[in-house]
Design a binder for this molecule. Structure first.
Ligand SMILES: *[C@@H]1O[C@H](CO)[C@@H](O)[C@H](O)[C@H]1NC(C)=O
Ligand SMILES: *[C@@H]1O[C@H](CO)[C@@H](O)[C@H](O)[C@H]1NC(C)=O
Length: 409
């Protein structure tokens, strides 16, 4: 997220100059300085038009206020789920896997947003792994059998590999205080508990965000930032430096599969994994990638969007990607710094599908909300068979919103 920290200019701004004792420099020298300054500024602007465009978009300067659109019939899933960031839908069974936390506690501890107060209340480290049944509308908080007692649970992206139609391996990003890791879980459809298998740590997996599973022990994982904290982190944010990347992990070899991403976030793929969709939040766009046989990734297309797109979700029936994100991301960034205030983050969902006639992709807005119902929306999963779209929200205490599939979507 964008953290325009006003403190930045005070503490160690790289642009601050120290005035020396030289009293009044001669006039001509001064004009030269001004000329040079203007020239440098002009060159910078020319070189960074894209930067300003992205910055304006991800600060929400283009869209203005939005009204609810296509939200008729949407309802909050009752039961007090909060801060359910990622939703992974298993379409055969109609079970949705989601990780939910505490919206207020995330303001103290959530490394992806540089919230790093390790003495946050215990609730900040006790996220729930939830399975929601779309057909029955019931959900259960699952026991993670075998995960050592007292292990921090700060869940984020989810990736699922189907070993068989009913046997699943689930990869779950966990931002433990001791460092972010990937928890490997196994679940058989119908079981009462989820089995914890192992924890994967790797020096290249520094700031994990989301996972695309490719096998029982292999996956792609996005690193949203390079720096975790401090001035470097703030500069990375403010200057929208392309320091995010995607790591390919397997027990045999782990390497950077794709780099130069401006805040790499949600990652997903089409059914046969020939195309991979990677959200670049601060880049206000989505990288559409193709995997080489050696698991490195190459870009096919960079699709520019007009909002702070967050997490993509693939829907096989229409071969399209539903992208959810924030229309006023600044509200979100600022709101995270204020405790005791419910965040009202206007959200938007677009559908990205192949443009068969003209080539490339088509982007249609399918749902918008002013934040009154869907606030800080981060992901939407479409269950075509059951006519339902589930929308997850990262920093709202109205955790998951259940909608009919929007008209035309
Ligand atoms: C860290 O969190 C605890 C618990 O909410 C709070 O009392 C403390 O003030 C926080 N520290 C900072 C630096 O925000
Ligand atoms: C989704 O959206 C949230 C909210 O902005 C973001 O912090 C997160 O990194 C994204 N990725 C996943 C996997 O939820």
């Amino acid at each position: 997220m964008a953290t325009k920290d006003p403190k930045l200019s005070k503490k160690g701004s790289p642009f601050s100059t120290t005035t020396t004792t030289n009293p009044t420099p001669p006039k001509t020298k001064k004009t030269n300085y001004i000329r040079a300054g203007v020239a440098i500024l002009a060159i910078t602007v020319a070189l960074t038009q894209n930067f300003f465009r992205s910055a304006a978009t991800d600060l929400g300067l283009f869209l203005g206020d939005i009204q609810p659109f296509n939200t008729a019939g949407c309802e909050v899933v009752p039961g007090g789920l909060e801060a359910c960031e990622d939703i992974h839908l298993h379409r055969e069974s109609g079970l949705a896997f989601m990780a939910c936390g505490n919206a207020e506690a995330r303001k103290d501890w959530f490394p992806p947003m540089a919230r790093l107060n390790a003495s946050a209340d215990d609730i900040a480290f006790q996220d729930k792994f939830v399975i929601y049944n779309v057909a029955t509308e019931k959900y259960a908080e699952m026991e993670l059998a075998g995960l050592p007692e007292g292990t921090d649970r700060v869940f984020h992206g989810i990736g699922v590999h189907e070993r068989s139609p009913t046997e699943l391996t689930i990869f779950l990003v966990n931002h433990r205080r001791g460092g972010s890791v990937i928890e490997v879980l196994e679940y058989t459809i119908g079981d009462k508990v989820v089995q914890y298998k192992e924890t994967i740590r790797h020096e290249l997996i520094r700031t994990p965000n989301d996972i695309l599973a490719t096998g029982p022990r292999s996956f792609y994982v996005s690193n949203d930032h390079k720096y975790k904290s401090g001035v470097n982190r703030e500069l990375e944010e403010v200057l929208r430096r392309p320091l995010g990347n995607v790591i390919y992990y397997s027990p045999e070899s782990t390497f950077v599969a794709y780099s130069n991403v401006v805040s790499a976030n949600g990652i997903t793929s089409n059914k046969d994994q020939s195309l991979i969709y990677l959200s670049a939040c601060h880049g206000a766009g989505v990288h559409i990638l193709r995997a080489n046989p050696d698991h490195t990734l190459i870009e096919e297309e960079f699709l520019k969007l007009d909002f702070y797109n967050d997490n993509p979700s693939y829907e096989p029936e229409t071969d399209s990607v539903f992208m959810t994100g924030h229309v006023k991301p600044l509200i979100l960034t600022m709101g995270l710094k204020k405790k005791g205030i419910q965040l009202n983050g206007p959200s938007k969902i677009v559908k990205i599908s192949k443009d068969v006639l003209n080539g490339g992709h088509r982007v249609e807005t399918v749902l918008e909300d002013d934040g009154g119902l869907i606030s800080t929306g981060t992901v939407s999963a479409v269950d075509r068979k059951r006519g339902v779209m589930l929308v997850g929200t990262a920093f709202s205490n109205r955790g998951v919103v259940r909608c009919p599939i929007p008209q035309g979507a």
